[in-house]
Design a protein around this ligand. Structure first.
Ligand code: THG
Length: 364
């Protein structure tokens, strides 16, 4: 494929000079913003992530700010997840659905105060849905996209690097909790979270001017930890079963189909709850499954059909060879008739038929 032509619609980030200086080899566009996809190679980047520490420019995870007296009322309406016990230092992964139960996004919600939340959104203009509700229901909340650029620090040595830059307090941050920690003359939300299962943190950098000073500080302090620039790993995240909205799931899917039932525990009458009642009770008729694929495969750049007896029984939407597990790991949506672990299904790729095997669980 040719290059992505830059223009003002495709936003750069406060860290783009650092990403470029570290030799980024590929970008995608996510929330109208550049997101790196590869530095050395997909396999080398994944191996490094599992051994050392990486700094990821994930500014493309934009924040939808919900602030004002009706903030909790609005959050209860748009969230299938029970918001009432959420603490003011907590992050929640929340699927968001439309009135038919179709997925609109799967943000990480951050509670900053009783009347103040951020939704750290996946690819899609979720703010338009939120603003539509605010206008239609005349809610007293402000909806905007603040100047916040998340920077992820991921990998087994992430905690040591973060402690050097933000102090020993980072070690006391529990999973999906955050602390406000000092940097220069300001403070940032620092959460233990991130789109890998190698451990790590996300720093919500408020104010673009702090971007490169923080980036440089992390690299200056991480030399002996072998710190590198990185990006979400297409290998590691499939091994880990982290789903990508827009690729693995979209508006034609429900959270139940995506295996996200544990995040749908609200007893309130949220938008889409009635439409999801049947799946909440009886389960979905297709579901996301971990899949191993035999033979050589290329990158999955469009859904690959899963076929049985000349009939489509699902599709694979993410796949990569895993050097760690010695197999092609993949994520697919599979009909109930074929989703049992051990089932062998024909997978149609542009390079020919490959045997796909439904797995019991993701690789980590
Ligand atoms: N961090 C932040 N914003 C984001 C992402 C992120 N926005 C876009 C995208 N990623 C949202 N998608 C996910 C998907 C999975 C997780 C986080 C964001 C995740 N899931 C864990 C799991 O499934 O094991 C834990 C979920 C939980 O227990 O609450 O971390 O990465 N800021």
């Amino acid at each position: 494929m040719a290059v992505i032509t830059p223009n003002p619609r495709v936003r750069k980030t406060p860290f783009t000079p650092g990403v470029e200086a570290q030799g980024v080899k590929g970008y995608t566009v996510y929330n109208h913003t550049l997101l790196a996809t590869v530095f050395e190679s997909l396999q080398a980047d994944a191996a490094h992530l599992k051994k050392h520490v990486q700094v990821w420019d994930v500014s493309c995870e934009r924040q939808v700010q919900i602030k004002g007296p009706d903030a909790l009322r609005l959050m209860r309406m748009i969230s299938p997840r029970d918001m009432d016990r959420m603490q003011a230092d907590q992050c929640y992964y929340i699927p968001i659905v439309d009135h038919n139960g179709g997925l609109l996004n799967d943000p990480v919600a951050i509670k900053l105060a009783d009347d103040h939340y951020w939704l750290s959104v996946a690819d899609g203009d979720l703010w338009q849905f939120v603003l539509g509700l605010v206008v239609a229901l005349d809610l007293d909340v402000e909806v905007c996209e603040p100047d916040v650029s998340p920077l992820a620090v991921q990998g087994p040595k992430a905690e040591d690097l973060m402690a050097r830059v933000f102090g020993e307090e980072v070690r006391d941050i529990n999973f999906f909790r955050y602390k406000r920690l000092s940097f220069e003359d300001t403070t940032f939300v620092v959460a233990r979270s991130g789109w890998s299962k190698q451990g790590g943190f996300e720093i919500y950098v408020e104010g673009a001017d702090y971007g490169m000073p923080l980036w440089d500080m992390l690299f200056a302090n991480g030399r002996d930890l072998n710190v590198r620039a990185g990006c979400p790993s297409g290998i590691e995240r499939v091994e880990s079963g982290l789903l990508s909205f827009g690729s693995d799931m979209r508006r034609e899917n429900t959270p139940y189909e995506c295996g996200l039932a544990r995040f749908c525990n609200s007893a309130l009458d949220y938008i889409g709850k009635a439409a999801l009642a049947d799946q909440a009770e009886n389960g979905p008729s297709r579901q996301i499954r971990p899949i191993a694929i035999e033979g050589e495969i290329g990158a999955c750049t469009q859904a690959w059909p899963l076929m049985a007896g000349g009939r489509q029984v699902g599709q694979v939407t993410s796949a990569a060879f895993s050097p760690e597990f010695g197999v092609n790991v993949a994520i697919g949506m599979v009909d109930r008739s074929h989703w049992a672990s051990g089932t062998r299904i024909e997978l149609i790729t542009e390079h020919g038929m490959r045997w796909a095997h439904v797995q019991e669980s993701f690789w980590r």
